[in-house]
Design a protein around this ligand. Sequence first.
Ligand code: PXP
Length: 236
Amino acid sequence: MATLGVNVDHIATIRQARGGNDPDPVQAAVLAELAGAHGITAHLREDRRHIQDRDIYILKQVVKTHLNLEMALTSELMKIAIDVLPYMVTLVPERREERTTEGGLSVREHEKEFAKAIETFRHNHILVSLFITPDLNEIKAAKRVGATHIELHTGAYANATSAGARFEELEKLKDAALAANKFGLHVNAGHGLNYQNVSPVAQIELIEELNIGHSIISRATLTGIDSAVRDMIALI
Ligand code: PXP
């Protein structure tokens, strides 16, 4: 069974809409854990549009499961990560104009930078996961640069508009999970997963953790975090 990492970014999105203190992603993380979440994920973006530095520092102290810090590979964010020491860092590509993380990393194009950063994280006992599309060449590159984990981008699967296209994207995720496993990589997955589309992905045995944010927080605004997290865990 895959475990669930709850991404609390969008609690912070609501907070930032008014620039005050409410609602607090730290409180959301506590409630998500009490509802059974196996991990908490937060994305500290370069533009600080939702999660703030303060959130990451407090989450590190409060989270009892494990904290997965999503970030772009910049020296500023690396310094923060090494100061906070989360359980895991998930490196993601970032573009300022995007609404959410739209693609996977191009590990192949920047192997030296990734290898150097991963070595530094490893030295600080932080696991590193690379957010990539289900592409064999990127999986091989992730292995070469020393990552222990990858997170497969499920966006193409989630956005598929026909049953046929969705099936094809699911097959790509299965093949990628299998290939990554053969290389000894741990496999997580996420992006765009919701209550309607999560089950087939959760059934891919080699996928260890699903990171889900927007759909859970959206439901939580209507039903509360507790039932939104429990409903998702029941599905996966
Ligand atoms: N995994 C990664 C690496 C992400 O960047 C995101 C979005 O922040 C998610 C998972 C969660 O995506 P969603 O909010 O669509 O569930």
